[in-house]
Design a protein around this ligand. Sequence first.
Ligand code: F6P
Length: 546
Amino acid sequence: MPTIRLTDLPAWRALEARRRTLPPRGWLRGQFTADPGRAERFTAEAAGLFFDFSKQRIDDGILRDLLDLAEQVRLRDRIEAMLRGERINATEQRPVLHVALRAAKGDAYAVDGVDVVAEVHEVLGRMARFAEAIRAGTWLGHGGRPIRTVVNIGIGGSDLGPVMAFEALRHYATPAVGFRFVSNVDGTDFAEAVAGLDPAETLFVVSSKTFTTQETMANATTARDWLLAGCGGDAAAVARHFVAVSTNAAEVARFGIDTANMFGFWDWVGGRYSMDSAIGLSTMIAIGPEHFAALLAGFREMDLHFRDAPFDRNLPVLHGLLVVWNASICLAPTMAVLPYDQYLKRFPAYLQQLSMESNGKRVCLDGTLVDHPTGPVVWGEPGTNGQHSFYQLIHQGTQRIPCDFLGAIHPLHALGRHQSMLLANMLAQAEALAFGKTAEEVSAEGTAARLVPHREFPGDIPSSTILYDRLTPATLGALVAFYEHSVFTQGAVWGINSFDQWGVELGKVLAGRILPELDSPSPPALDHDASTNALIRRIRSARNLP
Ligand code: F6P
């Protein structure tokens, strides 16, 4: 039986028809005037997050069609398949069970009949003992001194999560230990990260799911050389200054790290879904096991909500459906994530990988090409800074850019009126985007006619506002799980595999080919395109290579 195309589903067609009837201007104003209950009705709340999506370009009919779409793509079955540990990552034949990373003891998640929750808690216990020893200064370096700086080496999901979580939760971090992060293969990243550090007091956490990633292995090798150079070349120092986080014990041992100093995870955890696995070791050392447990509890609360709540009150489902509406039906190619919380400054970068590596796909699960846009470009910066940079384009440019605003009601630093000013700006931006300012309103202020078009704001730019009480480890866990499950919802609707990333392979293979061509002492036989060949020759010639 031929598979029914997403674009042929009744709900999809209904949504497209509704989009065609939306006027280009003034629609949200009209909706808010005609429907006083809208602001209350288009909200939902769970796990400490209040989600206001009333400024999205939707009405009851559109929302109903989106919820119908979720039914018609059998979203509930997809969620249950994930939670049962089915191999829903079909192209890699792997289960997708990051929810098990935050399961409570006694929760039931199994892979091939094996209780993975017990394994998760065994690793968490080892992480906690190690983290406590570093924090208490009882884990001693090779020269007998405590560790004063932890350097996480990793890239992609083995870096973005740890960096984001450290920045987000640094208010809760111990002052006794410093934290630095190395990801880029650009030697500058390593050089700057270790500048001023004493090898005798430095611990490297080499974080890599595969332990074969070129950048991470290059940085780890350089780190080992740096350590040995600083410790008189005694190879025994590695055991006190290197730990590994990986799924690949064989490669960890081959690199020279004792697997007793390895914290494992599993192939059912995707790299971009791993910040709450052992990949979070640097996070746990920073904030301590108790706060880490609170982080996991926040994740779990959102997981249970995603699993149990009806779709019309389910935050990640609603958010995911709105992304589908904006990206695929209303054809908005990007979306901005705008945290009005300085501690979340790396959150947009984290979400970029989570969302774009997951849903940057053009092929359906059945191998056919999609016939609609999938994952939008995700980008953003904290407010209010972004207001003085790129918001101009959101307000008056030619693209409609849906925005997520994120903000805490209470600050972690109560300084004068700062928090009220911050929140006032966040609310004002969402208001300005939604309702704009008409030419008549601009004229009524006495603006010269020739300036009116320049000072008019079109409005009808959709946004959601996500409010939370204050940024705690639990809030962060809930926030990340919210976006994880939104990304899942989007992928399930689009019928794509959100859990592979074949798109990063080709560049890796070509880089492996070009590397020796840049360095070889004799002229390489180049058979790339003319542009790549010429650039390689130019670099070689500037380096005085033949
Ligand atoms: O190149 C992409 C990627 O595979 C990501 O999915 C992953 O998070 C990152 O590389 C790092 O991989 P690893 O943890 O295996 O070093």
